[in-house]
Design a protein around this ligand. Sequence first.
Ligand code: CP
Length: 365
Amino acid sequence: MKDEPTLMRISWKKYESLSLTEKAHYFNEAGRLYHIMIAQQFDRSRMDELGMLATIIRRIAKTEEGIKFLKDLLSHKRAMLYFSQPSSRTFLSFCAACQILGISIGEVRDTATSSEFKGESKEDSVRTFSSYFDLIIMRSEVGGLAERMAWVLSNSERPIPIINAGSGKDQHPTQALLDIYTLQRSFEGNGGIDGKRILFAGDLLRGRTVRSLAWLLTAYRDVKQIFAAPKDLQISEDILAMLDQKKIMYQRIDDFKSLIPEADAIYMTRIQDEWDTQKAGKRNERDISKYSFTGNDLKRLKKSAVILHPLPRRSEISTDVDDDPRAVYWRQMRNGMWIRTALIATIFDRKEMIKAYASYKGIVV
Ligand code: CP
């Protein structure tokens, strides 16, 4: 693909001036996903393909022989997990995804233990990782940093792919992909995601998972997005402008509870007060009971509806909801491991091998 846009052929200044949809063209290599940076890289066919691959991998991994097949696929590769912001699920599910594919892993989870502590720049740190590893998976509190690092590496002697595992308040594309996979699975046999009403609740301003997911949902027909949040934490104008431009139905409301009976999926989020200015170790606790889901609310929820949460949670979903079959957030978390395995297998061009193995073994999806 000679004329494919690439980060190698664009200045950082020009790249920065592009819209997100324009940027999305710059992350492929040879027509295949390479850097995973933003939700705008994923159209419906890519999401369908990824979901199908995740399901095939999940089914292959049910036997010892299948586990061994998967483990041989990328046993010559090494991945660096560079997480300068706290994480449990994303970090561990990426670790597990690498292990499933036989990839060895290294990690920096605290820059106080790396040479950044001595004043090394992020650029130099990432170039250092690329000397030893074949893939970088990074989470940072700095919005846009993963994109900058992808550009730096693509213009270095050792270009390797980078996966954005959460950047500032802007994007968390792999979380949104696992959310879509969870919705695909939840609505199997019920018309799929098309035509559904998705009710988001909580801190929609700083929840990067919501920002990425709001984009991915625009790939589905007649989906209505409803945003329930306190005024100061409502979904931001840039997301609404994007929905307007794509002629997507949406609604911004204050009264979350009143919309519960109409929702096909409820996407709960926690208040992200780590972004507030606050004294170290002290949270700015606020009353979020209006944006919480309790055991009582289950009575008003459709039988076919599902409750998602990117987790971690605090009190926005009470624990008496956990055992209801419509509470899918634990399954959603495990789906993250499968979708991330599918994503890494796609980056390293193992998709066809996996499909061929499944077909040979009579695994149908
Ligand atoms: N959903 C999510 O990103 O969780 P972690 O912060 O635990 O990775």
